[in-house]
Design a protein around this ligand. Sequence first.
Ligand SMILES: [Mg+2]
Length: 385
Amino acid sequence: MAKTRTAKRNSEAAPLLIRRVDAIPVSVPLTHPALMGGGQRFDESETLIVRIEAANGLVGWGEASAAPTMTGDTLPGMVAAVERHLAAVLIGENALDRAQLVQRMLRAIIGNTGAKAACDIAIHDLVGRHLGVALVDLLGGKARGSLLALYQLANPTVEQDIAEAKAKTRAGYRFLKLKVGVKRVEEEIESAHALRRALGPEVMLCADANMGMTMANARKFVTGAADAGLLFLEQPFRDNDLAGTLALARMSPIPLCADESAHSLEAIMEWQRAGAIAGVNLKTIKLGGIVPLMRAAAVSDTLGLAIDVACKTGESSIGAAALAHVGYAVPNLDWGININNHYLATDLVKRPVHQNNGSVECPTGPGLGVEVDESALRKFRVKSK
Ligand SMILES: [Mg+2]
């Protein structure tokens, strides 16, 4: 009985009041450039770290990367969204009311899903630390014992992709993603076959065009690469091209996945209902945080869609930790988890989120289970002009 009374006191008599919200923009160099569809090249990671402090002195951390071609979020815009709009609806509120805070942020400003996600992750970290439980346990607990880690290949040449793929499969990875929509389509078809020949039949392969394909190239790719055994092709066209994606889906032997198009629960439902996609890539930065991502995962699973959860390329172990906890808790993870903190020349936590034998570890400890390296934040902080 005494225990029950203690639990009641914690939840009802002690709100976890938010007293401070800080937006910290950082720019961290990558170990090597990442090339993606539509001519995108990344040499550094622009990412927003949010620090939320409670009246009792506890601190929670969150992160969301800038993603101008995915969410429209730029780093200065995210800082402004937090400082001018989101902080005002969070300060003075009880962090334990996580779902209510998501609603307050939704009403405070349209869009800006990255800024909302960074705040929502920080709130979850804070609440987990306060209650002494890991984020995955706040989300309903583990639905699986390991996470199928998807390793992304985005090198300038197929020879480099194959060398990296071989090293990674030797290290235990069983699932690789090839970035396409970058080179000539004939070359990309040959790359898919070359990777398959180099890796053998057991390794799972998929491809992501990041909106970089024309209809003619996409038709050529799905036909020419069909025998390479790709699990899916992700986001061939612009994010609003439902008609084009549906036309491709009708003739494609390779199932299609929505990423840039899956920016809301409504969009996911519309694309599934149309028959355009067999799976969906869910990201906190697109959906506005952990609460909306978990809702989207439940709906996607109910609709029969495969689920892949992913960080933006170059998100640090703060975002990766949040996604790892989410990955353990979502109802299905048929198409794996893609974290990319290893792209950073310097991570932003003391012990980076680790991938081992083809699985992403679930960080232990309360909240996100990572300790932020504040000296790294100071070093890479973008100075305001
Ligand atoms: Mg993608």
